[in-house]
Write a protein that binds this ligand. Sequence first.
Ligand SMILES: Cc1cc2nc3c(=O)[nH]c(=O)nc-3n(C[C@H](O)[C@H](O)[C@H](O)COP(=O)(O)OP(=O)(O)OC[C@H]3O[C@@H](n4cnc5c(N)ncnc54)[C@H](O)[C@@H]3O)c2cc1C
Length: 306
Amino acid sequence: MKETPANKSIFRFLQERLPGYFLVDEPLSRHTWYRIGGPADFLVYPKDEDSLIDLCVLCKRLDVNTYVIGKGANLLASDRGFEGVALNLERSFRCICREGESLRVGAGLTLEELILWCERNQLGGLEGLSGIPATLGGALCMNAGAGASEIGNVVNEVKLIDAQLQPRAVDAERIGFGYRAAPGLQETIILECRMNLHSEHEEVLRDARLARITERASKQPLEFPSCGSVFKRPKEGYAGQLIEKAGLKGLRHGNAMISDKHAGFIVNLGGAPAADVLFLIRKIQQTVSTLFGVPLEPEVKLVGFD
Ligand SMILES: Cc1cc2nc3c(=O)[nH]c(=O)nc-3n(C[C@H](O)[C@H](O)[C@H](O)COP(=O)(O)OP(=O)(O)OC[C@H]3O[C@@H](n4cnc5c(N)ncnc54)[C@H](O)[C@@H]3O)c2cc1C
């Protein structure tokens, strides 16, 4: 971390308001599924909404960047790291409040925790998302999904802090959920979500969850760190199939490799820097564009790159 006046002010704020809730120069490799990424100046686990808003107001005034990270399952963080304040809601934003078949859930809960809670409480609607590593906030921001199941399908309303740092609630219709997209949630901090589920037997939910997890393990290279599918599905077919047709499956650059099990994944074989993964991303985009005229759009989010 650079010893700038802005960073000193942030440090003082954190010591006063959030002692024990922040880390300095924290390697993002410890917080991304890829196990890649240099240090964030600060990694903060806000205690509540007020401290979160006050911190964001201070950062805005000091012109310091903020970035929310969830499980880091869809992030490629640069080797240089992130200059600014990374925020993580997993410690304090964890409510689950049931109102009939409707739930109010904190953004810091993981999908796995939520799906298991729903199973025990006989509520269906999320089991199709089993096996997707995510916090609820990250899942909403990405409209995470598999096949016909997308988290946006069950969302009623999202409570967030908007770009002007005002807390407000936004209806699902105004979010405009689409394939791996939630336009109304970008540039916001998602705090919690209200979702509508339905009654379902526990065994039915458990069977569905286990079937999804087994299917994933058979198709995906889960033995290596990754970010899941690197690219969104283009309208011309599946990214993985195009990459395989281009002859790139199994291509290695340094310690990053286009998976030989699922060509839509780029895996970290161990100690790969972000630059190796980025090289393969660009290589795939160029090759697939040249051979098939298909522009592949990354699903993975880049953090700390210019
Ligand atoms: C093995 C593997 C399999 C995967 N399979 C799938 C799959 O089948 N389907 C799928 O959709 N995805 C899949 N993914 C990708 C990933 O799991 C999803 O994108 C997931 O939603 C990321 O959640 P996260 O909490 O890790 O978010 P992160 O990766 O930490 O962040 C993703 C984005 O969400 C934003 N964000 C996170 N929390 C908040 C918040 N509270 N408020 C505002 N913005 C926030 C971040 O700023 C970032 O822009 C897979 C990943 C892996 C590693």
